[in-house]
Design a protein around this ligand. Structure first.
Ligand code: ADP
Length: 255
């Protein structure tokens, strides 16, 4: 909407680990409905940036705003309540649970009506449970996971596991989704499916920020790309613009 604050604003964020400056005064703005790519050589600070934005690390300086509200300093559960979800570079699924249970534990519960809570609580629980299962079914369907619902994720192909992780992040109905290298380890066909999934997530009104090494995917998905090197932003623009930027090319040559 006109005049609405950006979905995500990172202002002069720094992060220091003992002697090492992993991020130095990083600033970037992601608009509502965007798919933003974050690229950069290994060790440039991409995952650290995600960890700061999602509240897993406390910034040494600067601020993060979501929807115009300061969220830096907030713990991850609180940011998740505000509508932020993320995935991890290394999958973090519950390997022993079924795919369905992995989604069920992540679903946000809606409030039960007072009458069910206080007077007829067994009915309330039953209704709530039925609602959660219906929503799990919808998620399974949406992400093409219905046939794997009863399987433990550990037994499934890697590409499917990545999809489960995205589905689980979406279970909390986020408005902002951070994906950390979603295409890592995927084959060509799986990358193509991933691109479709990310586009459909954006089309459903969710803003997406993704760290990605697969340049083909970044080119096809992102309107804008932010390039990090040595903990700082060295370029930002359309994928074509940053790919032709000599500072960016030099940063990658040193990788
Ligand atoms: P990228 O995701 O771009 O590969 P990272 O954000 O993982 O880069 O790392 C940036 C720098 O910060 C690296 O030098 C890395 O070793 C360092 N770093 C990241 N996390 C930690 C941590 N928890 N403790 C100490 N150093 C860290």
């Amino acid at each position: 909407q006109e005049g609405a604050p950006p979905m995500l604003e990172v202002r002069d964020v720094s992060k220091q680990f003992r002697g090492l400056k992993a991020l130095s005064e990083v600033s970037l703005t992601v608009e509502r409905g965007e798919i933003r790519g974050i690229v950069g050589p290994n060790g440039s600070g991409k995952t650290t940036l995600f960890n700061v934005v999602s509240g897993f690390y406390k910034a040494s300086g600067g601020r993060v705003l979501m929807d115009g509200r300061v969220i830096s300093g907030g713990r991850p559960y609180r940011l998740s309540m505000l509508g932020l979800a993320r995935t991890f570079q290394n999958l973090r699924l519950f390997g022993e649970l079924t795919v369905r249970d992995n989604l069920l534990v992540a679903l946000d519960r809606t409030r039960t009506r007072a009458i069910w809570r206080y007077l007829l609580w067994p009915v309330g629980i039953w209704r709530q449970e039925r609602r959660l299962h219906r929503r799990a079914d919808a998620l399974l369907e949406r992400f093409g996971l219905t046939e794997f619902a009863a399987a433990p994720p550990g037994s499934l192909p890697y590409g499917i596991q990545r999809r489960i992780e995205i589905a689980r992040a979406m279970a909390g109905s986020p408005r902002l989704l951070l994906l950390d290298e979603p295409a890592a380890g995927l084959n060509g066909e799986e990358v193509r499916q991933l691109a479709e999934i990310v586009r459909s997530i954006r089309d459903s009104g969710v803003t997406v920020v993704l760290i990605e090494h697969n340049m083909g995917l970044v080119m096809s998905l992102c309107e804008r790309v932010t390039v990090l090197s040595n903990g700082g932003v060295i370029a930002e623009g359309t994928p074509a613009e940053v790919a032709g930027d000599h500072t960016v090319i030099e940063a990658y040559l040193g990788d």
